[in-house]
Design a binder for this molecule. Structure first.
Ligand code: GFB
Length: 320
């Protein structure tokens, strides 16, 4: 199948977040009209506001990149926010998209939807085959519900709603607040501040042994646009690089990029989270998409963005 975005009205929900802003950048070359709305214009957790905005602006296509997001500690500390905010905003947007007859919608989830001890690399079919990782089960349940909403509206109403599951993302527009961020921006900031302040070491949460897969957000946006144009089925699609590394190896790589040559110590009071979540990249490769940004080049780009101040601190929602 082929869905041409040219001339279409395309709504990017969450355009101020890291993923949404990358999708907006990527869509610039598609010849479409990009629609965005600030929180002041439409509060995505309010059904009446979402339905009124969608009814008035009538997008042809929607990228649902709006979400309440955060790293392992934020997920663990604010379970109600991560479950409620994500459930409500995705339900509002998906239902409103159905009501106004949106031609195509993409819902963005996360690799944490899979069971904690899923076989590696994790195939799409592993969904709902085991227990979730406790530190982020609230967020995962909301994201699983989003996949199911797309499948349900496809099955019951014939809607062309699809889902993409990105791995751990990083890049320009990331959240560098040390309490709520993901590991990549945290390490970039810690290494940078240690270098500037001539500190002897940086502290890494947990044992450093968990493995994570990382993808630059511009690669993710490119994959999302590719899927929007070429994919139509109820099974969600993994969006990853196909490679993972340990957190300790990542710390060493970030230190090299940033130019920090001190030591690394571990804060074992902080959680490790899931031991490994390398997603199978087979489905996306079979659909003709490959990542272009190698990890070290991507970290260099993210560090440059950090230095330019292109980051958001203590952001609430508006991302994925
Ligand atoms: O990126 P992160 O917060 O999230 O943490 P998850 C990944 C790993 O890095 C964990 C370790 O083992 C952390 O303990 N880590 C080491 C650190 N130092 C740091 C640090 O300074 N800050 C942070 N944040 N981590 C999230 C989920 O899981 O991944 C979300 O909670 C979402 O729901 C997201 O799915 C993609 O990979 O563990």
């Amino acid at each position: 199948m082929s869905y041409d975005l040219k001339g279409k009205r395309v709504y990017v929900a969450g355009h101020r977040g890291m993923v949404g802003s990358a999708i907006v950048r990527r869509l610039a070359s598609e010849g479409c009209e990009i629609l965005t709305a600030t929180r002041a214009e439409v509060d995505l957790t309010r059904q009446t506001e979402v339905e009124a905005w969608m009814g008035k602006n009538r997008p042809d296509a929607v990228f649902l990149a709006a979400a309440k997001v955060g790293g392992i500690l934020a997920n663990d500390t604010y379970p109600a926010d991560f479950l409620y905010d994500n459930l409500i905003l995705e339900a509002n947007i998906i239902h409103a998209a159905h009501k106004i007859g949106v031609e195509k919608l993409m819902f963005l989830g996360s690799s944490c939807i899979y069971p904690k001890f899923a076989d590696q690399p994790i195939a799409e079919e592993s969904l709902l085959t085991g227990l979730l990782e406790p530190t982020n089960e609230w967020y995962a349940i909301a994201k699983i519900a989003g996949i199911k909403l797309c499948q349900a509206y496809r099955r019951q109403h014939g809607r062309d709603f699809i889902s993409a599951m990105p791995t751990n993302l990083y890049g320009p527009g990331d959240n560098f607040d040390l309490q709520s961020s993901h590991v990549m921006p945290a390490l970039i900031r810690k290494a940078h501040e240690a270098k500037v302040n001539r500190l002897p070491e940086i502290t890494v949460w947990g044992t450093g042994k968990p493995r994570r897969e990382f993808l630059h957000v511009d690669d993710c946006a490119d994959a999302c646009v590719h899927l929007m144009k070429t994919y139509s089925a109820d099974v969600h699609v993994n969006v990853g690089s196909g490679e993972d590394i340990t957190i300790l190896e990542l710390t060493q790589l970030v230190a090299k990029v940033v130019g920090f040559s001190g030591g690394i110590v571990h804060d074992l009071a902080k959680p490790d989270g899931t031991p490994r979540k390398l997603m199978s990249a087979e489905k996306l490769r079979a659909l003709g998409w490959y990542p272009r940004i190698p990890l070290e080049a991507g970290i260099t780009n993210a560090y440059e963005a950090f230095l330019k101040g292109e980051y958001l601190e203590r952001r609430q929602g508006d991302a994925a």
